[in-house]
Design a protein around this ligand. Structure first.
Ligand SMILES: Cc1cc2nc3c(=O)[nH]c(=O)nc-3n(C[C@H](O)[C@H](O)[C@H](O)COP(=O)(O)OP(=O)(O)OC[C@H]3O[C@@H](n4cnc5c(N)ncnc54)[C@H](O)[C@@H]3O)c2cc1C
Length: 341
């Protein structure tokens, strides 16, 4: 598991989102021994986490693609050169050894030895804010979900949504046409979601209840069947029969100890120069976590930053070699065995 100093990688990418995955591909193409470390049990970052079924339209050459399909293709591309992939580890500590290489330590104590580091952490690990009820855990992952994946599982169901931000309102609007009935509760009267989406929801068949919150859950066999709703102002309660509950109370982003590595940071973002170098030589940052003038916080922006960071890492490892920015047709058009023509 990467605990031996002789398991030295050229590039270790922390974060398996779009930016990290595309970098893994490009790093392999530049024949660097590459490792990806991801906290979640799956690759893809925010895309499969938040919007697997939504359509992405702003990636060059791909007029439209679902989040799920993009993730599938990114993973396939990233695996072209067989990088090492480590899931379910939050990488926390960085130490530079006497020979200039780095050792990264994860939350479970695993150590990863590397010549360079590319931080592709987004804003950090994503953890949904849980429903604050002592028995909620009994239903979580069954019919109480924080990040639902499939629209069709709500077909013909009575769905209760809790939350007042964009995601909650978005889910209410998406499910209105699919579910038998959608009820949305929010503890405030004013929604924080995009105004046009809030108006759409209010003029639809979605039953909007404010200022209400979920005060209790009941069910059996791990399936919640009833929710007690409580009015914040009057204290009045009512019981609602439900088939499914979606809780969108936001999520906590945890950059862990990375923020204390000593890199120059501003407003929670790592400051990089045009080579994607952080203020620690040998450590690069790309994607949502990296910031510089005129930063483009889009997937397409990360696709540009990844190869820049990889080329900079290559130059860091081989300072005497000229920095070249190769493209795949140069490498693979004719004979690279990992490209199938
Ligand atoms: C609802 C929504 C819709 C969007 N729609 C679009 C769109 O249509 N087009 C577009 O271009 N962009 C869109 N975006 C933005 C886009 O998703 C992000 O810009 C993109 O995901 C950033 O990629 P990334 O690889 O930098 O980070 P992320 O996708 O955030 O991936 C970072 C990964 O790093 C992991 N990680 C973090 N810290 C650690 C650690 N210490 N150890 C191990 N792993 C770690 C995280 O678990 C995560 O999986 C949307 C975002 C949202 C929320």
């Amino acid at each position: 598991m990467g605990n031996q100093p002789n398991d030295l990688h050229d590039v270790t990418i922390i974060g398996g989102g779009p930016a990290g995955l595309f970098s893994a591909f490009y790093s392999g193409m530049r024949e660097m021994k590459t490792k990806v470390i991801e906290y979640l049990p799956f690759l893809g970052g925010k895309v499969p986490y938040f919007y697997p079924e939504k359509i992405i339209r702003d990636i060059g050459g791909i007029p439209q693609i679902s989040g799920e399909k993009l993730t599938e293709q990114l993973v396939e591309q990233a695996m072209t050169f067989h990088p090492s992939v480590v899931l379910r580890e939050q990488c926390n500590e960085l130490e530079q050894l006497d020979d200039g290489t780095f050792v990264l330590t994860s939350d479970n104590g695993n150590r990863h030895f590397t010549r360079t580091v590319i931080l592709a952490t987004g804003f950090g690990t994503l953890k949904s804010v849980k429903l604050d009820l002592s028995n909620a855990y009994e239903f979580e992952g069954n019919n109480l979900r924080y990040s639902p994946k499939r629209l069709h599982q709500y077909k013909g169901k009575h769905v209760l949504i809790s939350g007042g931000g964009n995601s909650a309102v978005d889910w209410a609007n998406e499910l209105e046409a699919i579910a038998e009935q959608v009820t949305l509760v929010y503890r405030k009267n004013d929604f924080s979601g995009i105004e046009s989406n809030v108006s759409k929801m209010k003029h639809s068949t979605v039953e909007v209840k404010t200022p209400y919150f979920i005060n209790g859950l009941a069910g059996e066999g791990g399936q919640v069947t009833q929710a007690e709703l409580k009015n914040v102002e009057t204290g009045e309660t009512e019981v609602l029969s439900v088939d499914e509950i979606i809780v969108n109370h936001g999520f906590e982003i945890d950059l862990g100890h990375i923020g204390q590595w000593g890199m120059k940071m501003e407003n929670g973002s790592i400051q990089v120069n045009g080579k994607m170098e952080t203020s620690i030589p040998g450590v690069f940052a790309i994607g949502d976590i990296a910031d510089y003038q005129n930063k483009l916080p889009l997937i397409a922006g990360g696709f540009n930053e990844g190869p820049i960071a990889v080329n900079s890492a290559k130059k860091y490892i081989h300072p005497d070699k000229e920095l070249s920015h190769l493209f795949s047709t140069q490498v693979g058009a004719c004979h690279h065995p990992n490209f199938v023509e």
